[in-house]
Design a protein around this ligand. Sequence first.
Ligand code: PEP
Ligand code: MN
Length: 357
Amino acid sequence: MEHDLNLKPLALEGIEDKRPLVIAGPCSAETEEQVMSTAQQLANNGIKIFRAGVWKPRTKPGGFEGKGLEALPWMQRVKAETGMLLATEVATPEHVEAALKAGVDILWVGARTTANPFSVQAIADALKGIDVPVLVKNPVNPDIELWTGALMRINGAGITRLGAIHRGFSSVDQKLYRNAPMWHIAIELKRRFPSLPIITDPSHMGGRRDMVAPISQQAMDLGFDGLMIESHCNPDCAWSDANQQVLPEVLDFILDRLVVRDYIETTESLNQLRKQIDELDNNLMDLLTKRMRVSREIAEYKRQHNMTVVQTTRYSEILDKRAVQGQLCGMSPDFVKTVYEAIHSESVRQQVEIMKI
Ligand code: PEP
Ligand code: MN
């Protein structure tokens, strides 16, 4: 399907057009003191765009759902006293109206909202006739069409100053990342819409303070346009996402050490390709781990039912099927056979271990 977006530069007032565009601030606006103290420290370190969640989408009821309208005057105070631009998440037409009335400069659509076309359309309808920059986070699930669809809905309402925020995707296994980056999805979005700015959110990807720096660097290495980073004046005591928020001075340290590579339009650099390979290899390792886990479950079943580990008909079936699949995907059948022999032999080794128990 062909998509098109009518895009104009974000053209944010007082913000230099250079990579990375940095948006920083706490996950949530908690108290006036917390908002002001964080904002002052960030502004002193040269941050120009302040983020804070006023309305918080929480997975379960009973959590801190944001201060709502009460927090908007605190945001206004940030703007008045520091000159920073304001950004917040909107999830309903009422949020849009209240945020704009309070002078919020940039709106963003959260990951849970992007996954719901009804909600996105309601926000788009509320934005008709208004010229405000809107950033659309990726949906929680790894579906580029849903992400694109949300961008199209907002763009369809006449919003041309549009950007995307890549915050990673939920998955069953949360080993390394809180939300797996799956960089190839953001890269594909960039390929489809080369002039759409893509801002990486390393805080929600990593879910941990120590991952903010490496993920931010990876985003710069891949050529993305900006960073949205959660920063809090007292991260350990944050009311939401405490594990991933960094002190303003830590953010300053991270940004200072960031190597911002030149974005080369015409050719994809070797470095970018290698990063993609690394990411794909991580996925391969993950899949192999899961496959071995299932193998061990099979071994457990065989042990309980007194069955042999190797059943040659099943083994030949796997080798034949995969060789045909491989050929269809442009790989040599011999290569696929070699890979599967290796996987099978490791699987047998692990099953034999289980049988010994
Ligand atoms: C947030 O930015 O604090 C937030 C709720 O993010 P997401 O929508 O990516 O989960
Ligand atoms: Mn958060």
